[in-house]
Design a protein. Structure first.
Lengths: 399, 345
């Protein structure tokens, strides 16, 4: 027999149930007698990172309730993919998390390869690892810039971040023809081979990135205002993080040692020596630091991958038929560690040229579900940085 | 030329009118070009180009911006309180310009003192007028009848009142040393040594409070784009918004001018011994020195804005009441102690 929870909590001078629907006296018109103020942050708000809305109830400056509302960018991704051939969905995955199209491509290719049992040549595996880690650099650098921008630093760190990101995007453009919508990976490999020039450019970026990171860290990590704004704010406990299936840097900032690159060892990640940074407190500052530390580890992987990069070999498995691609009936779940967390694709094939079911596990959306738990009791300015530290891209949240 | 000066000299109200007109024109020109300077310096800091298309080096950009603001549609939301909504930008801008009246921006030019009103209660005038500026922002927040401006208005009233106290405390030390509230006397006192060396703590508090009073980063909480969209001016557009914008820069200029007068020796420059023999050139030189110092301090304002993130509201209040307020009191006590010990028995 389950006892109903009848505990109450005092919010804004009135008794409200601890669990379940609460009623609010919301400030409206000339009714200034009540104390709670409900504001709608978004969908057109400068700091919600896209068309995302938060229904926030404030007691003074303090958040007493927060309801995330999304779906403004819903584009029917999954249903469209079920009516398109397997390959035709590849460019559409670019648009999920438009900051990291390479890892999206890889996750989808990984799922299809699992479904159809396709082998990937060694050279292609190295190329995928290099591009995925470059994408991680792009994402984390930009995220740190955006987070500090949310703290109120008017653009300067963001533009420093974008300056470095631009170099990597130039390589992506030279490689695939597009800077952000790369559409580069294919089932069993990648679309075009690396030229020696591309490798030289990537080596150059990897060589000079540490000096940029050192400067960036020196400017931000020890800054008193950043420390006082971020430390102890938006704490996500280990237990809640695991229970709500949060993944990626968010989970590791709460101190859970879980990185799919280590757990699954997909691709050739077992060949590289790198460590998984973990946080202690699970606050915004830890999440900021995790991004910096992960960038250092990514650079480590990149250096090893460039050193071991095979001279010859195929860039795509020549046995894979791209036209009229019909995997045998069955189902597969392919997942990789995208910069935002566990990005998975679940596919069911009935043997036809269209997937019977196509489902994305979006890390942004699942990491966003605990937003209210992190924000309750914090100030309204903290909501913005907590949201910024979650690292969402609305293309992936709403699909 | 001499005849003209003579003609003006016999009619004191004409002198005052000319001075007011000239100062107003210089002030508004300075405001317009500070906006351009801010954008160019921000671009320099951020490794970009900045506005460089309109005119040589983008020098006509302020004109283009002004024309744009004037020709924009004058939108007034239906839910606002119309009288206060229109009044608020004006109330913000006018005190910013009025404060400049008691600041001596030069020695004398052709025998005319280069200060509009040489009040013997100069600093009281400044504080009383500057406090009026907060009404504009609070009214803007309140009359917009909208939630973000409301929060911005509340924040600004609390912030301005808290930091005005610290600001007042910080200058008491100065006036204990000088022994007068008259700004010209303050400048005269600094003939040998700038007060920033005698009152470093006072200067520090004044500088921080000036940032808070002018709503500049890291204290731009009433505006705080990231959480409150535009804060108190969210509902404003066209020239009414431009007035808020101008007021911010006018406040910056006034705060810089105050700092120059109170702590950096006003129009004097102690390390250079030369003075042109002609009194006219001497006066021009002094005005030049004043504005050079003013621009240096403006540069600090601009520089800081693009370097720091923003404080949180409660942290700002803690800083004001728990750090700067006691520090200001301690500074007054220390100054009084030293003065008592130095006093002849």
């Amino acid at each position: 027999m389950i006892q109903p929870i009848t505990e109450t909590i005092e919010i804004g001078g009135s008794e409200q149930p601890l669990y379940g629907p609460r009623s609010y006296q919301v400030l409206s018109g000339n009714d200034l007698g009540s104390q709670l103020l409900e504001i709608s942050m978004g969908p057109h708000h400068p700091s919600t990172h896209g068309v995302f809305r938060m229904d926030v109830v404030l007691d003074g400056e303090e958040v007493v309730k927060l309801k995330p509302v999304f779906g403004y960018l819903h584009r029917n991704h999954e249903k469209i993919a079920e009516n398109a051939s397997y390959l035709a969905s590849m460019p559409y995955t670019d648009r999920l998390d438009y900051f990291c199209s390479m890892t999206n491509n890889w996750a989808y290719a990984h799922a299809v390869e699992k479904l159809a049992g396709i082998k990937v040549p060694e050279r292609a595996e190295y190329m995928r690892v290099i591009l995925a880690e470059l994408t991680r650099l792009v994402n984390h650098t930009a995220l740190v810039g955006f987070l500090v921008n949310d703290l109120g630093a008017l653009g300067t760190p963001l533009i420093y971040a974008f300056r470095e990101r631009e170099n990597i995007l130039d390589v992506f453009e030279a490689l695939s023809g597009a800077r952000m919508m790369c559409n580069y990976m294919r089932f069993g490999g990648v679309r075009v081979d690396f030229t020696p020039d591309i490798l030289k450019r990537i080596t150059h970026i990897v060589d000079r990135y540490p000096s940029f990171l050192a400067e960036f860290e020196k400017l931000l990590v020890g800054n008193d205002i950043i420390m006082s704004r971020c430390q102890g704010v938006g704490v996500l406990t280990k237990e809640l993080a695991i229970a709500s299936s949060v993944t990626g840097p968010m989970l590791r900032a709460s101190g859970v040692d879980y990185d799919i690159r280590k757990v699954d060892k997909y691709g050739i990640y077992d060949r590289f020596d790198f460590r998984v940074p973990l946080g202690d407190h699970g606050d915004v500052y830890d999440r900021l630091m995790i991004r910096f530390l992960e960038m250092h580890e990514s650079l480590k992987i990149l250096r090893q991958a460039l050193k071991q990069f095979p001279q010859g070999g195929e860039h795509i498995n020549p046995e894979v038929k791209l036209r009229n691609f019909r995997p045998k009936a069955g189902e597969a779940y392919g997942r990789i560690e995208s910069p935002k967390g566990e990005l998975g694709f679940y596919l069911i094939s009935t043997g036809g040229n269209l997937p019977y079911r196509y489902r994305v596990r979006p890390p942004s959306l699942i990491n966003l579900t605990i937003l209210e738990d992190m924000c309750l009791g914090e100030k309204v300015a903290d909501v913005i940085i907590i949201l910024g530290s979650v690292d969402i891209v609305l293309g992936e949240v709403d699909r | 030329m001499n005849d003209l000066i003579h003609l003006i000299a016999i009619t004191p109200w004409a002198i005052a009118l000319v001075k007011i007109g000239v100062v107003l024109v210089i002030m508004l020109g300075l405001v317009a070009y500070t906006v351009l300077a801010e954008r160019r310096i921000a671009a320099l800091i951020q490794d970009r180009r900045g506005p460089n298309r309109v005119g040589p080096f983008g020098l006509l950009q302020p004109v283009a911006d002004g024309v744009k603001f004037l020709f924009k549609e004058n939108v007034m939301p239906a839910h606002v309180n119309k009288i206060y909504y229109v009044l608020a930008p004006t109330i913000t801008l006018i005190p910013a310009l009025l404060t400049f009246a008691v600041i001596p921006f030069g020695s004398t030019l052709g025998g005319v003192p280069m200060v509009i009103a040489d009040l013997n209660v100069g600093v009281l005038w400044i504080f009383s007028i500057a406090s009026l500026g907060v009404y504009g922002i609070v009214l803007a927040g309140w009359s917009s009848n909208s939630k973000y401006p409301f929060l911005g208005g509340i924040r600004s009233s609390a912030q301005m009142i808290s930091y005005e106290l610290s600001m007042g405390m910080s200058v008491i030390g100065v006036f204990m040393l000088v022994g007068s509230l008259n700004m010209t006397r303050v400048v005269g006192y600094q003939h040998d040594c700038w007060l920033v060396f005698k009152q470093p703590v006072g200067f520090l508090i004044f500088l921080v409070a000036a940032f808070a009073e002018t709503n500049r980063l890291p204290f731009d909480l009433p505006e705080s784009e990231q959480e409150l969209v535009g804060g108190y001016h969210t509902e404003y557009g066209s020239m009414k918004f431009a007035l808020f914008f101008l007021a911010e820069y006018a406040n910056m200029i006034t705060a810089s001018a105050l700092m120059v007068t109170l702590f950096f020796g006003g129009w004097q420059f102690p390390f250079i011994g030369f003075a042109p023999n002609h009194p006219m050139w001497n006066g021009v030189l002094h005005i030049g020195i004043f504005f050079a110092k003013l621009l240096c301090l403006m540069l600090v304002f601009i520089w800081v804005r693009w370097m720091f993130p923003r404080f949180r509201y409660d942290q700002l209040m803690n800083l004001g009441w728990k750090v700067f307020f006691p520090l200001g009191l301690a500074n007054i006590l220390l100054t009084a102690l030293i003065l008592t010990m130095q006093a002849p028995r």
